[in-house]
Design a protein around this ligand. Structure first.
Ligand SMILES: Cc1ncc(COP(=O)(O)OP(=O)(O)O)c(N)n1
Ligand SMILES: Cc1nc(C(=O)O)sc1CCOP(=O)(O)O
Ligand SMILES: [Mg+2]
Length: 570
């Protein structure tokens, strides 16, 4: 179809330019540079290379910045999926939406057929009338800036024709054709009459076509494809029908083969190999693969890189979902967002964050626990038994692997007791062990970035010494504030103390619950809680619990004292 070319990117030939439709646009680079670029729509049968638009992407947000009339617009890369609906949501439009969401690309939809479908098979197909497919196409393409169109189930020749006409009227940057003909359960989704539509109309304008072995065989008039060499020959023969690139998926090869796909760009063959993943949950892999290619193209990737990313994404999703069980049929769907397994296995925190969780906040220290000859998990167990209401693993010197192993064990212990477990500083460890959240300081990962990485349900605490920092933490979406050092401490070197006055200033100004930290123990916890500001919810303690012979005894003692104080302050 068409490609976008920036002035920085050399064009192949002027004859290519001559036959192209030009539309001017200026892209703003993320570092504030302006880049004049030209949107180039080559003629439908051109094999001009797909050129990346990545220069125009905002790296951090995946947004495209366009400027016209002096105004900047942020635009999310956009894929239009033209496909059938799968009621079981493993394949079709539903898979395309999930794949694009997982790859962080906007996905609009034109539904060509509604199928009654589950993990057993396809029970019914209702084809959408051609004029209504045309109406959907017009609605989307006339209004929205679609970067890439991806086709799936096109159930009739008439619908192929309608689609082809719409593309001529509303050209897009790239077209990904997944020539869906038979469902993974073996049910026919598009009859042989469709082959003419693919050969005459779609393949000549496709940037890539992604048949599996059966579809490739059908496109080539029923040849038998059984080996990687057969796939290479098929890729070449299909390329000769007009698409700029061909990807033949070898998932149906004999199981003794690796999962091997053949990519052919007209010059080179690429064998994309990966270990086979044994799972029943493969329904929708074809749709997902093609959608992911479309998503990466929309973001500006080159074709080969889009294909490689899509293959890796599908493999990761399959591996991740290999033993989830949805439906009773032979072929189940997989989890595009790589979430179901971890959420089910680790079972989510039973309740949301409660500010009263900050009442007795135990913060570990590997040096201290080592000194007293106990493991992190034993220290955590004892603190919980003694009455700690939240745990933070603050393991400044631990090796990453050891830290992760201990953190996973502590997550289990804390989940069992219904106590939240946070990780100090290390977002990677928090993600890997599915902790309940993190605590970050003023020079650690910014809370907004931590939130984007961890998601909306995790707890984020931020260290603050001043009302200004407390205000910022609130704006940044933190859940609580750790304020200190209230008193001098040997646990954190060169820490500035804010005193009870500084603590009070922060608590009075804060819209977030506060926990006091620094030099707090049984001898002074009462004086801290007696500042009597409602946002102050508790104390966070390291050495007074863990630099002691018995964590259990010290935690019990401090818990009792805090209870007593709470009663008298009320
Ligand atoms: C509850 C709580 N409050 C404050 C801190 C200190 O965090 P930070 O300033 O990042 O310093 P380090 O703990 O990383 O040395 C905390 N950990 N917990
Ligand atoms: C980890 C930490 N953060 C502080 C801050 O001021 O933000 S003070 C501190 C150390 C707290 O240890 P202890 O209870 O042994 O004094
Ligand atoms: Mg820190």
């Amino acid at each position: 179809m068409a490609s976008t070319s920036c002035s920085q990117i050399p064009l192949r030939s002027t004859s290519f330019l001559k036959n192209s439709v030009l539309s001017g646009a200026t892209h703003v680079l993320s570092k504030g540079f302006y880049l004049y670029s030209v949107l180039i729509h080559p003629p439908a049968n051109s094999r001009a290379p797909q050129t990346p638009i990545s220069a125009a992407m905002q790296e951090d947000k995946g947004l495209i910045v366009e400027t016209s009339d002096g105004k900047s617009k942020l635009r999310i890369p956009h894929v239009l999926s033209v496909a059938g609906s799968d009621s079981g949501a493993g394949a079709g439009i539903q898979a395309d939406l999930k794949a694009c969401a997982a790859r962080r690309v906007y996905c609009s939809t034109v539904i060509t057929a509604v199928t009654a479908q589950n993990t057993v098979g396809v029970q019914g197909v209702n084809i959408v009338p051609e004029d209504f497919v045309a109406e959907q196409l017009k609605s989307v393409l006339s209004d929205m800036h679609v970067d890439v169109v991806k086709t799936g189930m096109l159930p009739s020749l008439g619908i192929v024709k309608v689609f082809h006409r719409s593309l001529k009227q509303f050209p897009v940057r790239a077209l990904v054709v997944d020539p869906v003909m038979v469902s993974t359960s073996g049910d026919v989704l598009a009859g042989p009459s469709i082959l003419a539509g693919f050969r005459e109309d779609l393949l000549p304008v496709a940037d890539i076509v992604t048949p599996n072995l059966k579809e490739a065989a059908a496109l080539l008039g029923g040849v038998h494809l059984a080996t990687v060499d057969d796939m290479r020959s098929a890729a070449k023969a299909i390329y000769d029908m007009g698409p700029r690139n061909v990807l033949i998926k070898g998932g149906d090869l004999d199981a003794s083969f690796d999962a091997v796909d053949i990519f052919f760009d007209g010059e080179n063959f690429y064998e994309l190999r990966s270990p086979r993943i044994t799972t029943r949950n493969t329904h929708g892999t074809g749709c997902t693969f093609a959608s992911c290619i479309a998503a990466e193209l929309a973001k500006g990737a080159s074709m080969l890189s889009a294909v490689r990313i899509a293959k890796r994404y599908v493999e990761t999703a399959l591996d991740y979902s290999k033993d989830i069980a949805i439906g009773n049929g032979l072929q189940g769907p997989f989890d595009h967002l790589l979430k179901l397994k971890s959420d089910v296995r680790n079972s989510c925190r039973p309740r949301p964050f409660d500010p009263d969780d900050l009442f007795l906040y135990a913060v570990t220290d590997s040096g201290m626990n080592k000194k007293w000859g106990r493991s992190i998990r034993d220290a955590v167990k004892a603190a919980i038994e003694g009455g700690a209401t939240i745990i933070q693993l603050r393991e400044k010197d631990a090796e990453t692997r050891d830290f992760l192993e201990s953190a996973k064990a502590c997550v289990k212990i804390c989940r069992f007791h219904g106590i939240p477990l946070l990780i100090n500083d290390r977002i990677d460890i928090a993600l890997a062990c599915n902790a309940d959240g993190v605590h970050v300081g003023q020079s650690d990962m910014p809370p907004k970035v931590a939130r984007a990485l961890l998601g909306p349900e995790k707890i984020i605490g931020v260290s603050c010494k001043t009302p200004e920092q407390a205000h910022r933490a609130w704006i940044d979406g933190a859940d609580y504030i750790g304020c200190g050092g209230v008193f001098p401490t040997n646990t954190k070197k060169n820490n500035i103390s804010v005193g009870l006055g500084g603590l009070k200033d922060v608590c009075v100004s804060s819209r977030l619950p506060v926990v006091a930290i620094g030099g707090i123990g049984a001898s002074n916890a009462r004086s801290v809680m007696e500042i009597g500001v409602p946002t102050l919810k508790g104390v966070a303690v390291v050495s007074a619990l863990f630099d002691r012979e018995s964590v259990l005894v010290e935690t019990r003692k401090l818990h009792a004292l805090l209870k007593e104080t709470a009663l008298s302050v009320k």
